[in-house]
Design a protein around this ligand. Sequence first.
Ligand code: ZN
Length: 251
Amino acid sequence: MRYAVLSDIHANLEALTAVMDVLANSRIDRYLCLGDVVGYGADPSACVERLQRADALMVGGNHDLACIGKLQLGWFNDAAKTALVWTRDQLSFTDLDALRRWPLKTADGPFTLVHGTLRHPERFEYLVDVAQAVETMQICPTLMCLLGHTHLACVIEYDRAQRRLMRILTTAGELSEVAFQDEPEARRYIVNPGSVGQPRDGDPRAGYAIIDTDLTRISVRRVPYDIERAQRKIRDAGLPAFLADRLAAGR
Ligand code: ZN
C-alpha cells in the first residue's frame, strides 16, 4: 500500500492543490491527514471539501477544534484568533459536520494518527524534544505514529529493546527518503510530514510524505506552489498581513 500523509494545510488551497496534483500521479491507495486543515489561510471550506473528496482518514488539529467550539480561542495568538473568527463564518454546515466527526487520534493498519502528541492529544503539545518522542513511541500501539503540529518534517526511529532513539532524519531539500523496518516488536517510528500550507523551516514549498509499506520506505517531499496567489487571497479577505507575508519566507 502507498499512503499519502498530509498535515497542517491551514486553508491554503494553492498548496493543497499542488500536493494533490503530484499525488494523483503517485499511485496513492490511501490519504491520511493529521489535522489543522483550516485556520490562517483564505480557503478553509475548499480545503475541507478537497480532503473529503479524497476520502482521507482524518484527525482534528487545534485550529479545526476551535472552529467547532471544542477549544477556547484564548489558546491562540492574536493573528490566529482573528483568522479563526473569520474562518468560522466561511465554513458551511456540511464542513462543520465533517470537522465534528474528526477524532483526536485514530489508527489505520500500521499507523496511529494524532496532531500533537500521543500522551495528551487534547493538549496539542508540540513534539520538540527527545523525552516526548520516546514517550509517544512507548505508548504507540502501532509501528508508526504520524503527527504534525510543529510544521517541521522529521522521521525518528526507536529501538524498543534498547529503549533508545536510533536515527533522526530531519529533512530539507527536494526529496528525503529513508527505509523502515516492518517489525512492530522491535521498532517504532514517528513521522512528521511537515506542513502543506504553512512550512516553518525556511523552505516555503508545500511539504508532505509518502509511505510505501510494500517497499518499506518513507519519503518526505516538497513541491512548489503559487504562493503569490495564496498571499493575495489572504490580503483580499482582510486577514492579518503577517499571515500572507510568512508564506514567502517559509516561517
Ligand atoms: Zn498547524
